[in-house]
Design a protein around this ligand. Structure first.
Ligand code: PHE
Length: 349
């Protein structure tokens, strides 16, 4: 009997070892364990027949069956480890990150061409020793109009109607308000001024291709001793050459602003056709880019600078106008529409 049990165990071990080699996954492994190695499994199950073995042989038979069972158990563990290892390797391969793949790009914002122009103009004037003064959008009538020689009933106010706020405040119609502020602030102990002030201005304009109720200007102001219109012309000529190219020339046309005397409109020779005449300069060869003039002595006086001692010039550049000319933009409303397709056109400009 003992031999029969051991032979059965040997045959089962043989069968189990063969089956084990065919097993490829964990489900089959579980099935194998239940069949051959669980307490009810075939090899261990042989031990339930021990009662039929003569008592003196039981020890021998039992240990032989256990040994064979342990051999199968060991082979099972090895197979299991092997399958797990292969599964892990497969997973690592599948989930591997290919660091040579191009990354997914997050869409980034772009600088609005209007800010590109402000930055460029600011750089030019910083290189000439100007300081940048931050103005304010909400102004008092006094700084936006009165100190700039536009009294309450002045007809030029009609052209610069604006948005009125509580307590006599308004949204400034021109960055020129920053001129008045700067002079008033410094008039306690008057020192020379050389400043620009970029920022927004507001007017009750009908919005169309070239007008917007909100737009940007860059104001400039120089106050010192012995400043003449020659300084104004030389400064603006240098600005035009740096901004639009070394071949550009400027011309001054007489004009009127209440806070400058004399006043001029400044044209730059057309950077598209070089002055021959094209559709950008409307056939004239010249493009109007800014308003300027010598600071009106009345304004100097009202702002606390003695006009007998001090003189100066001022200018105001329309930012969108310059951007439209520079980049060939047809409609001023594009600047504020936050259209990524439009803004994408200005990468790296
Ligand atoms: N403030 C004027 C305007 O908005 C421009 C200007 C500024 C003219 C400074 C002369 C001097 O039209």
């Amino acid at each position: 009997m003992s031999n029969v049990l051991i032979e059965k165990a040997l045959a089962l071990r043989e069968e189990a070892m063969e089956k084990l080699q065919l097993i490829k996954d964990e489900i089959a492994l579980d099935g194998f364990f239940a069949t051959y190695l669980s307490k009810k499994g075939s090899i261990k199950g042989l031990l339930s027949n021990m009662k039929d073995v003569p008592p003196e042989e039981r020890g021998n038979v039992g240990s032989e069956v256990n040994r064979l069972s342990a051999e199968v158990q060991k082979a099972f563990e090895e197979r299991k480890a092997d399958i797990e290892k292969r599964k892990l390797e497969k997973r690592l391969k599948e989930e591997a990150i290919d660091i040579s793949m191009p990354g997914r790009k997050a869409p980034s914002g772009r600088i609005n061409p209007y800010h590109l122009i402000i930055d460029e103009v600011t750089d030019i004037f910083l290189s000439m020793g100007y300081e940048v003064i931050e103005g304010r959008d909400v102004e008092e009538d006094k700084y936006n109009f009165e100190l700039l020689n536009v009294p309450k009933d002045h007809p030029s106010r009609d052209m610069q109607d604006t948005f009125y706020l509580d307590a006599g405040k308004l949204l400034r119609t021109q960055t020129s308000a920053a001129q008045a502020h700067t002079m008033v602030e410094r008039s306690v102990d008057p020192t020379p001024i050389r400043m620009i002030s970029p920022g927004k201005a507001y007017r009750r304009d009908d919005d169309d291709m070239t007008h917007s109720h909100q737009f940007a200007q860059i104001e400039g102001l120089v106050v010192d001793k012995n400043i003449s219109i020659a300084n104004l012309k030389a400064t603006l000529e240098l600005f035009a050459k740096k901004m639009f190219g070394p071949k550009r020339e400027i011309r001054l046309r007489s004009s009127y602003f209440p806070f400058t005397e004399p006043s001029v409109e400044v044209d730059v020779s057309c950077f598209a056709c070089g002055g021959k005449g094209c559709n950008i300069c409307k056939g004239t060869g010249w493009i109007e880019i800014l308003g300027a003039g010598m600071v009106n002595p009345k304004v100097l006086e009202m702002c606390g600078y003695d006009p007998e001692v001090w003189s100066g010039f001022a200018f105001g550049v329309g930012v969108e106008r310059v951007a439209m000319l520079r980049y060939g933009i047809d409609d001023i409303r594009r600047f504020y529409a936050n259209d990524m397709k439009f803004l994408d056109g200005f990468i790296g400009k």
